[in-house]
Design a protein around this ligand. Sequence first.
Ligand code: SAM
Length: 181
Amino acid sequence: MNVEILRLFHRAERDKRVTTHCGLVGRAFGASGMYIYGDKDEKVVSSIQKVNKAWGGKFFVKYIDNWKTFIKEAKNEGKTIINLTMYGIPLPNVLEKLKTENNNLLVIIGSEKVPIDVYMLSDYNISIGNQPHSEVAALAVFLDRIFNGLEFYKEFEDAKLKIVPQEKGKKIIQLNNKDFK
Ligand code: SAM
């Protein structure tokens, strides 16, 4: 299953941390990358690249110029478009269908008010509970369910650092770390 994220309407000052956290959650929970529409903010890209460098994997972050065209093209490429929204159908109602219907998903998360066109262009409008909360939490729950808890056993390619879980304390080992700074 290949899951990509589309983060809509990023605002450089207000959303810097939240958008970075969407990327970190996406990476850790098994998505392959995140497209961002909104203010161009190289800090988000560099923060995620830094994490990739130390902790491995190839999670990408790319800016797009036109969200409507991008969603239409993703649809034409055969991706299933999923808009995460508190107004949508509860995830458990469609989860099994989503897992079997298509291997390529584009998951949309908003920041400010999401326009109705996003709802209309999406194949599914899905809620993670019908209460307002956060794009970070919505994304985490969605990925956890779609990947059956992959975050608990996922290994990252070319990791330089790896945590050895401890009951108490912190243990990190360095792997292949000749050129790691
Ligand atoms: N009020 C905005 C609107 O009308 O679309 C939503 C803003 S909310 C802070 C930002 C994003 O979090 C939403 O676009 C959605 O992707 C996600 N989100 C928040 N609560 C959610 C829920 N209960 N289920 C699914 N996604 C949710």
